[in-house]
Design a protein around this ligand. Structure first.
Ligand code: NAD
Length: 479
C-alpha cells in the first residue's frame, strides 16, 4: 500500500468553474438552441454536469454556412498580421483563464489536475502563440508557392486531450486564413464550449470559429457536408478509415491522426532509473489515454529482471484516485465504454497466458477506474501486444539485438511514435532511421512542443500537426 501518511488530500476547488445547466451550439458567434440533447457526466463520480446539444444535419448546415460567410466576408482577406493579433489574444486569454480551464478539463474528462494544469493548458496556449507567429510569414514558410487558405475546415477531435486537440486544430487553420466548424468528442464537450467564451472575449469575427457538439452522427454530417473544403480528424483508426472511404473522390483535403501502439525500447546501457520514469510517464500519463502511449515495452534481455523489478516498485508509489486532487497520478477512465474496452483486453491478456501485475491500490467505489497494470510473459501475437488498449496497461516484451528490437517494434499496423533508451548517440540515430514511427523520442517520452511536427505512418494516419508542417494541410498553393 502507498504509505497513507505521505500525503494529505489536496483537492483543487471547483468554485472557479461556473457551469451552465445547458449549453447550445456555438454558430455564427451566437448560442443556438439545439433540438436534441444529452447529458455530459463526470467520470470521477458519474454525476451529470450539464445538458449538451446533439447537433443535427440542419445544425451542421447552419454552422458550415456561418463559417463560409465569415470566410468570404473578410477573414480570408485579412492581412496575416491582423489574424495573428486574434491568435495572440486567444493565447493570452487561455493563460489568464488557465485554472478555470484546467479544473473543467479534469472534471469532464477525468485526467489528473496536475496534468491539465501543467501540460494541457500550457501547451494549448503555446500552440496559439506559435501559430500566431506564422500567420504573417506564410510566404516565407512556402517561398514562391503563393499559399492561399483552403476555405471551411471541418474538424473532429477525441476525448483524451479535449482542449489541446482543439488548439492543434484551430490555431493552424486560423493562422492560414480558414474558418472552422469543430466537433468535440461527445464525452468531453465542456472545455470546447468554454472556449466559445474565449472566442467572444477575443472579439473574433462571428462565424470564424463554430462549435457543434454531438456524437458520431454529427461528425458524419460534417464529413459529408458538400461545402466543407477540408476535414481534419483525430480519433480511432476504424472511424478514420470510414471517413477516408466517404471522402474518396470528393476532392476534399483530409488529414487523419489515428491510433498507435508505440514501442518503448530499453537497451542495457541506459540510465535505468530514468528509463523507469520514462516508461511510467509513457504509459500511465493521462491513464494511458494517449495515442502515442508507450504501450509496448521492449527490454533488452540482459536487464529484463532488474527493469521489471524497479518498474513494479515504482508502480506501488502511483496514486490513483480523484482527478481533482493535486497529488493524483492516475485519474479516472474517461467513460464506461472505454473502461469496458480496457477490461475486455486485459481479460484477453490473462486468457492468452500473460502474467498480470497490479500494485495494491484502493479504487473509489463510484466512477470509472482501472489500476495501473503491467503484463509480463507477453508474446507478440497476443491481443495486448497488437491492439491499442488506450488505458493504463503495459505489455513487456524482450529483445537481444538492435536488429531484433527494430523488427519487433515495427511489427504493428500502427506507426505513431517510439522511444529509445540508450547512452549511445549513434545507436539512437541508427534506431530512429529504422523505426517506422512519426515521432521517435530518445531518453525521454511523451514530450510535446508546438514547433515539432506530429503524425503517423501506416494505420496511424497521415498528415502532420505542429511545426511548419502543420500549416500545409490548411493551405492550397497557386504555383
Ligand atoms: P473515435 O474515433 O470513436 O471518435 C473520435 C471523434 O470522431 C469523436 O468526436 C467522435 O464523435 C467522432 N466520430 C465517431 N464516429 C464518427 C463518424 N462515423 N464520422 C465522423 N466522426 C465520428 O475515437 P475516440 O474513442 O474518441 O478517441 C480515441 C482514439 O483517438 C484512439 O484510437 C487514439 O489513438 C486516437 N487519437 C489519436 C491522436 C493522434 O494524434 N494520432 C490523438 C488523440 C487520440
Amino acid at each position: 500500500m502507498p504509505a497513507d501518511w505521505a500525503y494529505a488530500p489536496a483537492p483543487e476547488s471547483t468554485d472557479i468553474v461556473k457551469l451552465r445547466e445547458r449549453y447550445g451550439l456555438f454558430i455564427g458567434g451566437e448560442w443556438i438552441e439545439p433540438t436534441e440533447t444529452y447529458e455530459t457526466i463526470s467520470p470521477r463520480d458519474e454525476e451529470p454536469l450539464a445538458v449538451i446539444g446533439q447537433a443535427t444535419e440542419q445544425d451542421v448546415d447552419l454552422a458550415v454556412e456561418a463559417a463560409r460567410g465569415a470566410f468570404a466576408n473578410g477573414w480570408s482577406e485579412l492581412p496575416g498580421s491582423e489574424r495573428a493579433k486574434y491568435l495572440f489574444r486567444i493565447a493570452r486569454i487561455l493563460q489568464e483563464r488557465s485554472r478555470e480551464f484546467a479544473v473543467l478539463e479534469s472534471l469532464n474528462g477525468g485526467k489528473p489536475i496536475k496534468e491539465s494544469r501543467d501540460v494541457d493548458l500550457p501547451l494549448a496556449a503555446a500552440h496559439f502563440f506559435y501559430y500566431a507567429g506564422w500567420a504573417d510569414k506564410l510566404e516565407y514558410a512556402f517561398p514562391n508557392r503563393r499559399p492561399q487558405p483552403v476555405g471551411v475546415a471541418g474538424q473532429i477531435i477525441p476525448w483524451n486531450f479535449p482542449l489541446l486537440m482543439l488548439a492543434w486544430k484551430i490555431a493552424p487553420a486560423l493562422a492560414c486564413g480558414n474558418t472552422v466548424v469543430l466537433k468535440p468528442a461527445e464525452t468531453t464537450p465542456l472545455t470546447a464550449l468554454l472556449f466559445c467564451d474565449v472566442v467572444r472575449q477575443a472579439e473574433l469575427p462571428p462565424g470564424v470559429v463554430n462549435i457543434v457538439t454531438g456524437d458520431g452522427r454529427t461528425g458524419g454530417a460534417l464529413v459529408e457536408h458538400p461545402d466543407v473544403d477540408k476535414i481534419a480528424f483525430t480519433g480511432s483508426t476504424e472511424v478514420g478509415k470510414a471517413i477516408m472511404r466517404r471522402l474518396a473522390g470528393t476532392g476534399k483535403k483530409l488529414t487523419l491522426e489515428l491510433g498507435g501502439k508505440a514501442a518503448n525500447i530499453v537497451f542495457d546501457d541506459c540510465a535505468l532509473d530514468q528509463a523507469v520514469e520514462g516508461i511510467v510517464n509513457g504509459i500511465y500519463f493521462n491513464q494511458g489515454h494517449v495515442c502515442c502511449a508507450g504501450s509496448r515495452l521492449f527490454a533488452q534481455e540482459s536487464i529484463y529482471e532488474p527493469l521489471v523489478e524497479k518498474l513494479k516498485r515504482r508502480l506501488e508509489t502511483l496514486r490513483v484516485g480523484d482527478p481533482l486532487d493535486k497529488n493524483t497520478d492516475v485519474g479516472a477512465i474517461n467513460s464506461k465504454m472505454q473502461l469496458d474496452k480496457i477490461v475486455d483486453l486485459v481479460e484477453a491478456g490473462k486468457a492468452e497466458g500473460a502474467d498480470i501485475y497490479q500494485p495494491p491500490c484502493r479504487l473509489p467505489e463510484k466512477g470509472y477506474w482501472f489500476a495501473p497494470t503491467v503484463f509480463t510473459n507477453v508474446a507478440q501475437s497476443y491481443r495486448i501486444a497488437q491492439e491499442e488498449i488506450f488505458g493504463p496497461v503495459l505489455s513487456v516484451l524482450t529483445f537481444r539485438t538492435p536488429d531484433e528490437a527494430v523488427e519487433k517494434a515495427n511489427n504493428t499496423p500502427y506507426g505513431l511514435s517510439a522511444g529509445v533508451w540508450t547512452e549511445k548517440g549513434s545507436r539512437i540515430l541508427w534506431m530512429a532511421n529504422r523505426l517506422r514511427a512519426g515521432v521517435v523520442w530518445a531518453n525521454t517520452f511523451n514530450r510535446f512542443d508546438p514547433t515539432s511536427p506530429f503524425g503517423g505512418y501506416k494505420e496511424s494516419g497521415f498528415g502532420r500537426e505542429g511545426g511548419r508542417h502543420g500549416l500545409e494541410p490548411y493551405l492550397r498553393f497557386d504555383e
